[in-house]
Design a protein around this ligand. Structure first.
Ligand code: HPA
Length: 271
């Protein structure tokens, strides 16, 4: 709690009031930042207890500015569990922004398609997740000020907000599929046998992020919308091998339509 207060103090001193809406940009989706009329920004290294992101394509900073008519905060460069950070460190920036007053979080990520409908270049609205990370950010002492010891997880990705973004995508003529995201530890991609198992378990797409953040924000009672950018077919679904460059390149191709979707979503939900 003390760490949260210290980080909050620095962030609010920098930005004044915290915007109500926060966008997190996943692998290769950073160009949305170009659409933001930046008011102010701060590197993760300048915020107490924020760790710096290490993976290529994820430089860590918090940006506040106008996206269209609305003021939003944007986290560029999330921390991943596979980088060796603890779950608590991974979710700390999200808890902090929620603690500063943010209410709605749009989480984005790059994911591999498992369901045959989830092809590279498609966007998938996450309806639910399967936590296969073998850990949980709520393990340890529970701080009642943040949330309850045993939080309900039956509406992590609230249907109300999902309908809002689905309606916007429909208006924009953008195909936005819906499905279940399996969050895995990584950093190695899956074997075809693992993907086959996950398909049978009900996963439609797979990735190495988002689940810890969603658990921590749900614990704090925040609203969450999460969109996966399908960057590749998961191992064994298609032919060929996987690499990070392919994932980044595929994310780049979707960025433009994705940015329009996010912009309009913020316009509708932000005050
Ligand atoms: N598996 C896990 N994580 C990923 C993938 C994948 O196929 N694509 C992008 N992130």
């Amino acid at each position: 709690m003390e760490k949260l207060e210290q980080a909050k103090k620095v962030i609010l001193a920098k930005f004044g009031e915290m915007p109500k809406t926060v966008i997190t940009l996943g692998s290769g989706l950073g160009s949305l930042l170009e659409k933001i009329e930046i008011e102010s920004e701060i590197g993760f290294s300048e915020i107490p207890h924020f760790k710096s992101a290490t993976v290529a394509g994820h430089s860590g900073k918090l940006v506040v500015g106008k996206l269209g008519a609305k003021r939003v905060a944007c986290l560029k460069g999330r921390l991943h569990y596979y980088e060796g950070y603890s779950m608590e460190e991974v979710v700390f920036p999200f808890r902090t922004l929620a603690w500063c007053g943010a209410e709605t979080f749009l989480l984005t990520n790059a994911a591999g398609g498992i369901h045959p409908d989830m092809k590279p270049g498609e966007l998938m609205l996450i309806t639910d997740h399967i936590n296969l990370m073998g850990d949980n950010p709520l393990i340890g002492t529970n701080h009642e000020k943040l949330g309850t010891r045993f939080p309900d997880m039956s509406q992590v990705y609230q249907s109300g907000l999902r309908n809002v973004i689905l309606e916007i995508a429909h208006r924009q003529g953008l195909k936005l599929r819906q499905g279940i995201y399996a969050g895995v530890y990584g950093p190695s991609y899956e074997t075809p046998a693992e993907v086959n198992m996950l398909r049978r378990l009900g996963a439609d797409a797979i990735g190495m992020s988002t689940v810890p953040e969603a658990i921590a924000l749900n614990h704090m009672g925040r609203k969450i919308v999460a969109v996966s950018c399908i960057t590749n077919l998961a191992a064994g679904v298609g032919e060929g091998s996987l690499n990070h460059e392919e994932v980044l390149a595929a994310a780049k191709l979707i960025q433009e339509s994705f940015s329009l979707l996010v912009k309009e979503f913020c316009n509708v939900v932000s005050k």
